[in-house]
Design a protein around this ligand. Structure first.
Ligand SMILES: CCCCCCCCCCCC(=O)SCCNC(=O)CCNC(=O)[C@H](O)C(C)(C)COP(=O)(O)OP(=O)(O)OC[C@H]1O[C@@H](n2cnc3c(N)ncnc32)[C@H](O)[C@@H]1OP(=O)(O)O
Length: 235
């Protein structure tokens, strides 16, 4: 199987598909930095108006290039990579090319999935702590990719999060997930989030494979770009 085309492949082992995405990752990193600076500094008001004007000009320049809306459109031209590759770049939690993403990374070792992420001050909920909604979103993403441990990946049916203690900002957060059981199209999983040795949150999740299989979601794409898992992964 071509790992780079697998939408469930680890972010940690997935390089940018080409120079275009490498450059976009750089832009996204700059926007993340800008966001962090925005919420942690207070230049004088007139300077902020100047900055806003510069950014508006930059956004208008950027928008003058051809626009592409949605992953299926990104792959139709055949120039920007496969569905899996584009998903890796633009995923709102894990995509290096999407500045909304912290990003969350994943890797599989045996029957456990591991991941990590780092949330700056833009993610503050309770003082000095990650907003609970982001904790849940990080879990949803991480558990979704951790389904690679199983045979029938699907969509989140439910995600139950327990918040044990506040999750600190500007700290490397470690994630781990396991499959607890599987039954037909249903995969039950548990996940944990640690800051150092402290368990800050845990979750139980059910993923349900759509009746036509998860890969039916990308069947609207060009057939040669559709990722097809090896027979051994189909269960
Ligand atoms: C291309 C690659 C991209 C790969 C993308 C990479 C992965 C990233 C994933 C990130 C995770 C997400 O954000 S996913 C986005 C958030 N989730 C969603 O939008 C899902 C929206 N919901 C749905 O589409 C649907 O409800 C499904 C697919 C989850 C289930 O629909 P369905 O297939 O019609 O389900 P149905 O036949 O009714 O139920 C099947 C079995 O599951 C059980 N079941 C279903 N839902 C629930 C539930 N909430 N709680 C308990 N049990 C449930 C039923 O009781 C039944 O059990 P029994 O009677 O058989 O025992």
């Amino acid at each position: 199987m071509n790992e780079l085309k697998n939408p469930f492949a680890s972010e940690e082992i997935t390089p940018a598909f080409n120079d275009e995405w490498q450059a976009k990752r750089r832009v996204a990193a700059a926007v993340r930095l800008l966001t962090e600076v925005l919420v942690t500094s207070s230049p004088d008001t007139s300077k902020m108006h100047d900055i806003a004007e510069q950014l508006e000009t930059t956004a208008a320049d950027f928008a003058a290039s051809p626009r592409v809306y949605g992953r299926l459109d990104w792959i139709r031209s055949g120039e920007h990579g496969s569905y899996g590759q584009v998903s890796h770049e633009l995923n709102p939690l894990a995509g290096y090319s999407n500045p909304l993403a912290p990003p969350v990374t994943t890797r599989i070792e045996g029957d456990v999935a591991y991941g990590h992420c780092f949330c700056g001050w833009a993610y503050e909920g309770p003082p000095g702590s990650v907003h609970g909604g982001y904790v849940a979103a990080i879990f949803d993403q991480f558990m979704g990719f951790a389904q690679k441990l199983g045979k029938r990946p699907g969509m989140t049916g439910y995600l139950h999060v327990d918040y044990h203690q506040r999750t600190p900002l500007t700290t490397d957060l470690q994630l781990e997930a396991r499959i607890t059981s599987a039954e037909g199209r249903k995969t039950f999983m548990e996940g944990k989030m640690y800051a150092g040795d402290a368990l800050t949150a845990s979750c139980n999740a059910l993923f349900v494979e759509p009746r036509q299989g998860i890969y039916s979601l990308e069947a609207q794409a060009r057939p040669e770009e559709v990722f097809s898992p090896p027979a051994s992964d189909r269960g």
